[in-house]
Every structure is written in C-alpha cells, then in structure tokens.
Write a protein that binds this ligand. Structure first.
Ligand code: IMP
Length: 202
C-alpha cells in the first residue's frame, strides 16, 4: 500500500518507511511533484497535524499522513509545546532553543535543578486520512526530564538535554545509539500505532 507522508524531511520519511515495513511504500509529496509549503498555523499539535494532512489530502485524494511534535516541560506550564521548533526564534536553531530552555528553567530557582522538578515529555501526534478522506489520529509519548546541561552529540533538536526514563534516566537522547532512540521515541511509537491501525484496517 502506498502512503504519502506530508514532510519535506527525507530523514523522517526514511524513518517512517523503516518502521512501517515493506508492506507500505512511503512517498514524499515532492516525489509527486507537490512542492507547496504545507501550512501549519494551529495552536495545538493535533490541529497542525490535521491541517497538514487535510491540505495534502485535498491535493492528492490518496491515503496520507502528517505529524507534529512538541516538547512539554511541566515546570514551564507545558512550554515550548506547539512552539518547540521556533522556541528561540524563526531560525529553528537547536542550540539557541536548548539554551533558552535551560535558561528558563534556571530562572525558576535552585530547587529546579532537581530532576523531579524538570519533568518533560516529547509528544508526537499523527493525523492520517484514508483514500475516502476519513480521519484517524495517533499519538506517541516519551517521558523524561530536562538535564541541567547539554551532553552527547548524536540525534538532533533537543536530544542533548532530554533524558528519557526508558533508558534508565541518566543519559540524554544524544548519548544513545539511533536504534535505541528509534525503539523508544515518541515518533516511533506514533508511527507504530499508525502501522497497527493500517494492518488491521485492510
Ligand atoms: P517536528 O514537528 O517533527 O518538526 O518537530 C518539532 C521540533 O521538535 C523540531 O524542530 C525539534 O526541535 C523538536 N523535536 C522533534 N522530535 C525530536 C527528537 O526526536 N529529538 C529532539 N528534538 C525533537
């Protein structure tokens, strides 16, 4: 079954392909000649995922999905949340985003140096529309906390400051190999939920 993924990021498309397996063929919009800048103007992850998926479905009327991910930090009232990519500005610069996050937590006071006060999670929401345009949504969550400083150089985005519970709560995502991250990640869980649905829906 062919399924179109509303992303311009080849790395994400390859990751989705490897999780969905050979029964599915993941196609990027640009492979179909769709080069539009797919809009994401909503103030929730779900809203953005649905907006992107609906936009693409209207163009191609084929099975497609879109994702949106946010980092939610409890001590910051769930921020950066839907603003995760642009937390420190439109440049979407990972180092600047992490520096801002660490500074915001430091401002809260010394007790916020304790991991228990730095609880956070990555959340990925996927919106899928089948060829008839019926909408289904899926979610994947990775629980953990924000480290006091960056460590590790693997991965991307906020990986150097995010310590997942599932690997023992000591190492950041930037210190674990990609296979380990993919097995536990928010995006991996959301894509596996989509896969499970597709396999049972056929
Ligand atoms: P997107 O919705 O996949 O574009 O993700 C939004 C932002 O969340 C990205 O720009 C990254 O900063 C951050 N992010 C998403 N997934 C991860 C991850 O697995 N590790 C670290 N940061 C991530």
């Amino acid at each position: 079954m062919e399924i179109i993924f509303a992303t311009g990021n080849a790395h994400k498309a390859m990751e989705a392909q490897s999780i969905l397996g050979e029964t599915f063929t993941v196609i990027m919009p640009k492979e179909l000649g769709i080069t539009d800048d797919i809009p994401e103007n909503c103030d929730t992850l779900l809203g953005n995922a649905v907006e992107k998926c609906t936009y693409l479905w209207k163009i191609c009327k084929r099975a497609c999905f879109a994702d949106d991910t946010g980092l939610e930090v409890d001590a910051l009232g769930g921020a950066p949340g839907v603003h995760t990519a642009r937390y420190a500005g439109e440049g979407k610069e990972s180092d600047a985003n992490m520096n801002k996050l660490l500074a915001e937590l430091q401002k809260l006071g010394p007790e916020y140096g304790n991991p228990a006060m730095r609880r956070a999670r990555f959340r990925t929401v996927i919106a899928y529309k089948d060829k008839k345009g019926e909408l289904h949504t899926f979610e994947g969550v990775l629980e953990g906390h924000i480290a006091c400083r960056k460590s590790g150089n693997l991965g991307f985005g906020y990986d150097p400051v995010f310590v997942p519970d599932e690997t023992g709560g000591k190492t950041t995502l930037a210190e674990v190999p990609a296979e380990v991250k993919n097995a536990i990640s928010h995006r991996g869980k959301a894509i596996r939920a989509l896969k499970n649905f597709l396999e049972n829906d056929r």
